[in-house]
Ligand binder design. Structure first.
Ligand code: DGJ
Length: 718
C-alpha cells in the first residue's frame, strides 16, 4: 500500500515536472519540421533542436549551457559568435536577454506567428524574436525587432536576423558564388571547426559576387533526394553576412543577417530596428525537396503574382544596345509579333537630352524621353506595339546618376561619395544617396513620371549597374555615416513596394548588371529577375541550375539569344525551362530560324509553361558531375510532366531516371520542339509507360553530341 502510494506520488511529481517543462517549451512547427526552444530556469531562451518534428538534438537540461542559447548576446559571459552586440547608452558593452513572454498567433490556416519578447533586466532594452511558420511549405521565416527604451542612443554593433544552432556529425556547406557573367556558381565544402564567413560588403545590389542563400547538408555532401538538408536565404538586397561557426561541441551556429561590417547602427531612444527576414527550410529528403519548399513558398508568398505566367518578351538590348531610333524600334515590333511574343521591352538608351543616353557615359538621372531619337514619346511607342497586339515595356535604372547629366549638375551632393576622395566611377556612374529624403522622393517621382503619363507601359525592367565602393553621405551627420547602407536598402525596398502597390498592372523584372541583385527582400516586389548578362545557353545551364536551388522557374527570365553561337534549338530548350523571352534581331534571322523560334514560343505558351512555371522541379543530373544536365517538372497533381536534357559534352547516350511522377499513372511520351519535319529518335516516343517504370528504368534521351538537347512531354492518361 505504502509502496503503491509512493509510486503514485512519484508519478504525480514526474507529471508535474513534464507539465512545467512543457510550459517552458516553445515549439515552432511546420508539416515536417520543428524548431523547439526552452525557457531555462535562468530565464534565457535556449534551442533544443531544429529539424525533424520527431527529433531534438541538444541537451534537455532545465538550464542548458550558454552555447545553446537561441539568440546569443555579446558581452556578459558568452564566448562564441553572438547574434546581437550592443553598446548601451551608459557605455556598457554587454547585453543580457531574459524571457518576458511569448505569444503564438494563427495568421491563416497555413501560417502561424510566434513572437518571443526578451528584455535586458538592467536596461530598458527589448528584443522580440519573430518566427513565422509556413506549414505546408516547411518554411520558417525569422526576424528580430530591437527596441531602445533607454534615455540615450544605443549602438547596435551586430544584429543578426537569425542564428539557429544545428547538431550533426558533419556539416557540408554549398554556396553560390560568382561574378558578372558567371552568377550562382555552386561549390560545396565540409565545414571544419572555426568560423567560415560568406558575405558581401558592397552595400547595394550586393549579390554580384555571391547570393545570400546557401544549402547546409548534415552528415555528408548534399544529395538531391536523400539526407537531412537545410536551406537558408536572407531577404535583403544589401551587404550580408552568413557566419558558420562550428564550436568545440561540434555544434554549428549559422548567424545570418545584415553585414555588421561598417554598418553599426545608432538607435535613438524610442526607436525600433527591425532586421530583414531570414528564410529557413528543412527536409530529410535532400536538397531537391529544400528547393521545392522554397519554390512553393515563393509562388504563394514571396513574389508578385506567383501563379500567373509571365509575358514572353522580346528585348532589344543584345540586338541593338544603344544604337536605335524610333523607326528601328517600331520595326522590331513586327518581328516580335511574328514570333509570338506578348511584349516588347525597350532597354537602356531612351532618355536624356542635354546629356543624351547614346552610350553608357551620360544621361542617368535625366528620365525624360530623348526627343531626338524618339520624337513621338513613349506612349506613341506603346500604341504602336499595342496596334500589333503586343504590350510595351521599358528599362529604368532609377538609383543611379551619371556625372554627365542635368541631375548631377544640379545636385552633385545627391551622389554617394566621400570627402577628400576622387569619385570612384563604375560604368561611368555613381549611386544616388537614398538615405536623403529628397533623393527618395526624386527616385519615386522618376518612376511615377515615367509610368503615369504612359499607361501603355505595362512592364518595367529595373536595373542597377554599380555597387558602393565609397560609402559616404552628405546628408547623414558624421556620427551616422555607418547608417548609409542600411537606410539605403530600407528606402529602396520602400520605393519598390510603392511601385508594386501603385502599379499592380506593371510586370516588373529585377535586374542588376546581370544577376547582381537576387534576394527575396527585393523579389517580393517583382515578377522575375535577370540571372545574368551571359545568355550563352551553355553557361546558362549552370547559372539557371545554381539559382534553381532557391528560386522557382517562374522568377527566372531566360532569353534566347545568339550569344555563343549555339544551335537555336539548344538555346530555346534551355530558355524554355524558365520564363522564356528573347533578345534577338528578328530581321537577321532566316525564315527557318523564325519558324523555329515561333514554334518554340507557341509550344512553351500552350503546353510547357504550365508545368515549368507552376510545377515541381526535380534536378536529375547535375551539369557539375555529368556530361549533360537533366531536369523534370511535374504538375502538382502529377498528371503531366516535362523532361529537359542538355548535352554539354559528347558522350554515349544513357538512361535518365525521372522523378516526382505519380507511380500509378500511365504517361504518354512525346518528344517535342523537334526541328520542322524531323522525327524523334527517342525509342519510347509515342509509347505509354507508367510512372513507377519511368522512375525506375528511365528513358534514353536521343542526345550524344555537345549542344544536342531534348524536351520530352509526359501526358498522364487516366
Ligand atoms: C545591364 C543589364 O544586365 C542588361 O541586360 C542591359 O539592360 C544593360 N544593363 C543596359 O545598360
Amino acid at each position: 500500500m505504502v509502496a503503491t502510494f509512493g509510486l503514485l506520488l512519484l508519478f504525480g511529481l514526474i507529471l508535474q515536472a513534464v507539465a512545467a517543462d512543457d510550459a517552458r517549451r516553445i515549439r515552432i512547427a511546420t508539416a515536417h519540421s520543428a524548431l523547439t526552444l526552452l525557457v531555462g530556469e535562468d530565464g534565457r531562451v535556449y534551442e533544443l533542436g531544429y529539424g525533424s518534428v520527431n527529433k531534438n538534438g541538444f541537451s534537455h537540461e532545465r538550464t542548458p549551457a550558454r552555447e545553446q542559447e537561441f539568440y546569443p548576446q555579446a558581452g556578459d559571459g558568452f564566448v562564441l559568435e553572438p547574434a546581437l552586440q550592443a553598446t548601451h547608452a551608459d557605455g556598457n558593452v554587454s547585453t543580457d536577454l531574459i524571457y518576458l513572454r511569448h505569444k503564438a498567433q494563427v495568421v491563416t490556416t497555413n501560417i502561424s506567428l510566434t513572437r518571443i519578447e526578451l528584455k535586458d533586466p538592467a536596461y530598458q532594452f527589448f528584443v522580440t524574436l519573430c518566427l513565422k511558420a509556413y506549414a505546408s511549405e516547411d518554411v520558417i521565416e525569422q526576424w528580430t525587432e530591437i527596441r531602445n527604451g533607454e534615455n540615450g542612443a544605443v549602438t547596435l554593433d551586430r544584429f543578426a536576423s537569425s542564428a539557429p544552432l544545428l547538431h550533426a556529425k558533419e556539416y557540408w556547406l554549398t554556396q553560390f558564388q560568382g561574378d558578372y557573367r558567371r552568377e550562382a556558381t555552386l561549390s560545396e565544402e565540409k565545414l571544419t571547426p572555426g568560423t567560415k564567413v560568406l558575405d558581401s560588403k558592397i552595400g547595394t545590389r550586393a549579390t554580384r559576387y555571391r547570393i545570400p542563400s546557401f544549402i547546409l547538408s548534415l552528415n555528408g555532401p548534399a544529395q538531391e533526394d536523400s539526407g537531412e538538408v537545410f536551406g537558408g536565404s536572407l531577404a535583403w538586397p544589401g551587404s550580408f553576412q552568413m557566419a558558420f561557426d562550428v564550436d568545440w561541441n561540434n555544434h554549428l551556429r549559422a548567424l545570418c543577417g545584415i553585414n555588421p561590417f561598417g554598418e553599426e547602427y545608432h538607435l535613438k531612444p524610442g526607436e525600433t530596428f527591425t532586421t530583414p527576414a531570414m528564410l529557413w527550410t528543412w527536409s530529410n529528403e535532400g536538397k531537391g525537396q529544400v528547393s521545392r519548399n522554397f519554390h512553393r513558398w515563393a509562388r504563394s508568398y514571396g513574389i508578385r503574382d506567383g501563379d500567373t505566367p509571365r509575358p514572353v518578351l522580346l528585348n532589344n538590348w543584345e540586338a541593338t544596345e544603344f544604337n536605335f531610333n524610333e523607326k528601328i524600334i517600331v520595326s522590331l515590333f513586327d518581328g516580335a509579333k511574328e514570333l509570338g511574343a506578348d511584349l516588347f521591352l525597350l532597354d537602356d538608351g531612351w532618355f536624356g537630352n542635354a546629356h543624351a543616353r547614346t552610350n553608357d557615359a551620360a544621361g542617368l538621372g535625366d528620365w525624360q524621353v530623348n526627343t531626338n531619337r524618339l520624337p513621338h514619346g513613349l506612349s506613341y511607342l506603346a500604341a504602336q506595339a499595342n496596334q500589333r497586339g503586343i504590350r510595351f515595356g521599358i528599362w529604368l535604372e532609377p538609383e543611379m546618376v551619371d556625372p554627365a547629366s542635368d541631375l548631377y549638375e544640379l545636385h552633385p551632393e545627391w551622389a554617394i561619395g566621400q570627402p577628400h576622395r576622387a569619385p570612384d566611377l563604375f560604368r561611368n556612374q555613381l549611386g544616388l544617396d537614398l538615405s536623403r529624403p529628397a533623393v527618395r522622393d526624386f527616385v519615386w517621382q522618376s518612376i511615377d513620371d515615367t509610368l503615369k503619363p504612359n499607361p501603355g507601359i505595362t512592364y518595367l525592367k529595373w536595373d542597377a549597374n554599380r555597387y558602393v565602393t565609397q560609402p559616404g553621405s552628405t546628408y547623414l551627420p558624421a556620427g551616422e555615416q555607418s547608417h548609409l547602407l542600411v537606410d539605403y536598402n530600407f528606402a529602396l525596398l520602400n520605393i519598390m513596394s510603392q511601385l508594386a502597390k501603385n502599379y499592380p498592372q506593371v510586370t516588373a523584372m529585377l535586374c542588376s548588371g546581370g544577376g547582381g541583385r537576387v534576394d527575396y527582400g527585393a523579389l517580393k516586389y517583382f515578377h522575375t529577375f535577370w540571372p545574368s548578362d551571359n545568355t550563352d545557353p551553355r553557361d546558362r545551364v549552370f547559372i539557371q541550375w545554381g539559382f534553381s536551388h532557391f528560386f522557382p522557374a517562374i522568377t527566372m527570365s531566360d532569353h534566347v539569344t545568339k550569344m555563343g553561337n549555339r544551335p537555336l534549338k539548344f538555346a530555346l530548350d534551355v530558355a524554355m525551362s524558365g520564363t522564356l523571352g528573347m533578345d534577338l534581331d528578328v530581321s537577321k534571322l532566316s525564315a527557318d530560324e523564325r519558324a523555329t523560334v515561333a514554334a518554340g514560343i507557341a509550344l512553351y505558351k500552350n503546353e510547357l509553361c504550365d508545368m515549368t512555371l507552376r510545377g515541381n522541379l526535380y534536378r536529375l543530373e547535375s551539369p557539375y558531375d555529368h556530361p549533360r544536365a537533366a531536369l523534370d517538372f511535374v504538375a502538382s497533381d502529377g498528371s503531366r510532366a516535362v523532361l529537359f536534357v542538355y548535352q554539354l559534352q559528347d558522350a554515349a547516350n544513357k538512361t535518365v531516371k525521372l522523378r516526382g511522377l505519380d507511380p500509378q499513372m500511365r504517361y504518354r511520351i512525346d518528344e517535342v520542339n523537334l526541328p520542322a519535319g524531323e522525327k524523334s529518335k527517342l525509342a519510347a516516343n509515342g509509347q505509354t509507360i507508367d510512372g513507377a517504370t519511368l522512375m525506375r528504368d528511365g528513358l534514353v534521351p536521343p542526345c550524344q553530341k555537345e549542344f544536342e538537347s531534348s524536351v520530352i512531354e509526359l501526358a498522364g492518361e487516366k
